[in-house]
Design a protein around this ligand. Structure first.
Ligand code: ATP
Ligand code: LTN
Length: 330
């Protein structure tokens, strides 16, 4: 690999990716691809922290891999692989569990949210999820992690764990920075715009735009989204529905909030929603076309996953061996 900064990120195959995943993560991943050494993985070991149906998980992993390529990630520029194929993730995760504190993990808001939905039997993996995330990032001597706003707390913890480890054993891990985009970093639900859009929540399908939804359905979901009643296109905390649509429009068109407010000052919600629907549909249309081609080619997908595994496995083992030696393992 050339001597450029290392970018590392990933997504869970816990459902079909959403417009939130696209604007908060995918779009930024693409921007890094030409200038840096990028590694993008499929976090299937993270996905099993909540119960997954095996056949569906397998399908989701393949589809997510194909989607990575369909949005424009390029196998000649980036390393793309599936987490569970590289054993070093699980190994380093065990080690780092011994350097992470219960108190730190108890403060994670994602754990609090997700554990509430689990009843009395909360899987331990849901609690130690951020330790696995630390292992992912630290194995590759990552410089920068592009994620959505919801991951801020996790990445801060990853940095704390790495600094703690380095203080004990010398400069083993690179301390990663995070990259969170200015717009699109937290896309909210269309029916409940006070809560983030999330691919694993399927109770109300109108709340979420899935990248593989029929294009007419995408348009209708946006047109039916919940807004307030004053009909004024203005970016304001007390107008969460419109604020969300303005952010989506801004993230896709790259127009500023000011420009958008001016453009739609007199148009009312109906016209504005139609404009948002149109840019979303036109953004997603070519992705779906490419996805439909790629997903058909099973042999190509399998071969690509194998190549990704080989490259990632080599890199990850270098860090893992260094860690094991430093802590006294033989
Ligand atoms: P799950 O519902 O299983 O928790 P998720 O939709 O929250 O999944 P992840 O796989 O956990 O998605 O996240 C993948 C990437 O997408 C992360 O970088 C995350 O920050 C980003 N992301 C997730 N949801 C949103 C959102 N609503 N807006 C912007 N970015 C998001
Ligand atoms: N927890 C992440 C997915 C994830 C990740 C990572 C992202 C697992 N390991 C390492 C960046 C880097 C999420 O987005 N929910």
């Amino acid at each position: 690999m050339e001597n450029k900064k290392i970018i590392f990120s990933g997504m869970q195959p816990s459902g079909i990716p959403t417009l939130g995943n696209y604007l908060g993560a995918f779009k930024n991943w693409l921007d890094f691809q030409d200038k840096y050494n990028c590694i993008y993985f499929i976090a299937d070991m993270h996905a099993i922290t909540v119960r997954q149906e095996p056949a569906k998980l397998r399908k989701n992993i393949k589809e997510l891999f194909a989607l990575y390529l369909a949005i424009g990630l390029d196998l000649d520029k980036s390393i793309i692989y599936v987490q569970s194929s590289v054993p070093a993730h699980a190994e380093l995760s065990w080690i780092l569990n011994c350097y992470t504190y219960m108190g730190e993990l108890s403060r994670m808001t994602q754990f609090k949210d997700k554990s509430q939905k689990q009843g009395n039997n909360i899987p331990t993996g849901l609690f130690t999820y951020p330790v696995l995330q630390a292992s992912d990032i630290l194995l590759y001597q990552t410089d920068l992690v592009p994620v959505g706003e919801d991951q801020r707390q996790h990445i801060e913890l990853v940095r704390d764990i790495a600094i703690r480890f380095n203080n004990l054993y010398g400069d083993i891990f690179k301390i990663p920075d995070m990259y969170i985009g200015k717009v699109g970093a937290k896309v909210m639900g269309l029916q409940n715009p006070t809560k983030k859009m999330s691919k694993s929540e399927t109770d109300n399908k109108n709340n979420t735009i899935y990248l593989l939804d029929d294009l007419n359905l995408i348009s209708n979901k946006i047109k039916r989204s919940v807004t307030d009643s004053d009909n004024e296109v203005r970016y304001s905390e007390d107008k969460p529905g419109i604020k969300n649509l303005i952010s989506i429009y801004s993230a896709i068109t790259k127009k500023s909030i000011d420009e958008i407010e001016k453009e739609f000052m007199y148009s009312g919600y109906g016209n504005f929603k139609s404009a948002v629907a149109e840019v979303c549909v036109e953004e997603i249309r070519p992705i779906q076309q490419r996805f439909n081609e790629i997903i058909k080619d099973k042999a190509f997908l399998e071969q690509s996953m194998k190549e990704g595994y080989e490259k990632a496995n080599n890199m990850a083992n270098k860090t893992l061996f260094k860690v094991k030696r430093k802590i006294g393992m033989i």
